[in-house]
Design a protein around this ligand. Sequence first.
Ligand SMILES: Nc1ncnc2c1ncn2[C@@H]1O[C@H](COP(=O)(O)OP(=O)(O)OP(=O)(O)O)[C@@H](O)[C@H]1O
Length: 476
Amino acid sequence: MKNSPRNQMFESDEAIPLIVEGVIRSVWFVAAAMLATVRLVVHAPILVGVAAAGLGTTWLLGWRGSVASLTAFVGLGVLWRFAHRSSYDRTLRPALSQAWRTPAYRLWFPHVARRCGLVVREPNLSSRERRDPEVARLLKVRVQGTGAERLLLRLPVGLTPEDVAARAQAVGQAFGVAETRVLAARPGRVWLELRRRDPLRPTVRTSSDESPNLAALRLGLCDDGRPWRLRLEGTHVLIAGATGAGKGSVLWSLVAGLSGAIRERWVEVWAIDPKGGMELGLGRSAFARFEARSPEDMCGLLEELVDLKTRRTLALSTHGLRKHSPHPESPHIVLVVDELATLTAFAERATVRRVEQALGLLLTQGRAVGITVVAAVQDPGKDVVTWRDLFPTRVAMRLDNPIQVDMVLGDGARERGALADHISELQPGVAYVRIEGNRDIQRVRSAYLADHEVQSLADCIAASHRRVTHKAEEAA
Ligand SMILES: Nc1ncnc2c1ncn2[C@@H]1O[C@H](COP(=O)(O)OP(=O)(O)OP(=O)(O)O)[C@@H](O)[C@H]1O
């Protein structure tokens, strides 16, 4: 086929070529229209559904009936919103947002991507040879019930997820959103998340109705609406946050989550509070061991745990086992250290060396024998970086500057959306969590326990232990 100057397929004005051309063009037009319809249905099914329902109703009931039905539907929606806000927010609201935001993103994204630099230009070509730059393509839009809008992007050759992360803020601002982050999809694709509402705004309460699971202990809420679950067995946890960031709430949520296991005695929490008991002293009866006196005393407790570790390692190797299983005679031990840096700040040099050696041994060899270190730090300076890599799980709460974010979570974390230095002082307990082997960073808020709740939690644990001891004495 060849285009003549008059845009004809065949260079002939005879009837048969003209008829053939007409048939080919009609088939081509019908196929293109069908393809466009299919694409519209696939990309904006809700919008197409609503339009089809509107046309169907008008055809069946006339325009008055159609307006009446529409009014009834809107009325039902409004009623639903006021009668049961949570189910409305979970289901209808995201569906409505999806219906109108999908076409809006599709319309504007190519323009925004070009302006924000999500493009690849061929290098080493003169401006005359250079073709149009390749732009990141929007494949899918997902509106979630939690107020997050996720855009699945296909990256042109030459663009990486890090490039998208570096431009994410600009794209977010263009769509009127302040919070953005990049999540891994498969190679060549990336999810760009834009958050319009924050489900972590209200204070999160603990839920005590769950039996403790060391592989996924419930500590609070994730910003996708799911519970925040943290693995405690086979890992160590570093929590960094400026003063008032809510480190205490993470530690107490952890104790609250473990309380069932502590009462049944297959988990013990040992606590070290270098601030003289200011932070953890409130619930000291929840702890099997508690030390808040001199650096030498705290060092002594660490060394006691190292001895226990050595005995457990020996026992495991004697029985040919590779992993410790907790039970009341040999419980899983969670060592909580509030303010790791203070532990060594006021100690003699010899004590500092002993503390460092004991911590090093627990962090490198404690995981397999049922010992988890959970340490909090206020100022993630260079001391923390020394220890950082020995903590597979890291939690960055509100931090003072952007450099500290990568210091805690690892290089590139802030660029991928862990804006811990942007967390508001009005939202204590909010944090970004990085787990070993997972590039994605979770945004979470820990549950909050008021002082009286911490006290009653500790009293409840102490009372349960007293009952068990009493029964054991009676039996003896
Ligand atoms: N998860 C939370 N939800 C709501 N409010 C919280 C939460 N965590 C903490 N708060 C509030 O913030 C205050 C400070 O929290 P917290 O003492 O835990 O901070 P911190 O990081 O331990 O500070 P510091 O390092 O100075 O001890 C608390 O008194 C409480 O009112």
